[in-house]
Write a protein that binds this ligand. Structure first.
Ligand code: ZN
Length: 59
């Protein structure tokens, strides 16, 4: 799974089911484009991954 940072708090997370697909995550909201987040309105795995990424990559 790949994560690409596209803004200060925005990320593109590659889907683990379909590598062609990416979900945009905005940690400021937080928001994710995936269906899981849309239906559950809860932190999905993409948001968690983005948070992990921030933890590991920012001072
Ligand atoms: Zn998601």
């Amino acid at each position: 799974m790949k994560i690409k940072q596209i803004g200060e708090q925005r990320f593109l997370i590659q889907s683990d089911k379909d590598p062609e697909e990416t979900y945009e995550v905005d940690l400021a909201m937080p928001f994710c484009e995936c269906k899981g987040f849309y239906y559950n309105k809860k932190e999905c795995k993409h948001i968690k991954l983005a948070k992990e990424f921030v933890k590991n990559h920012l001072p």
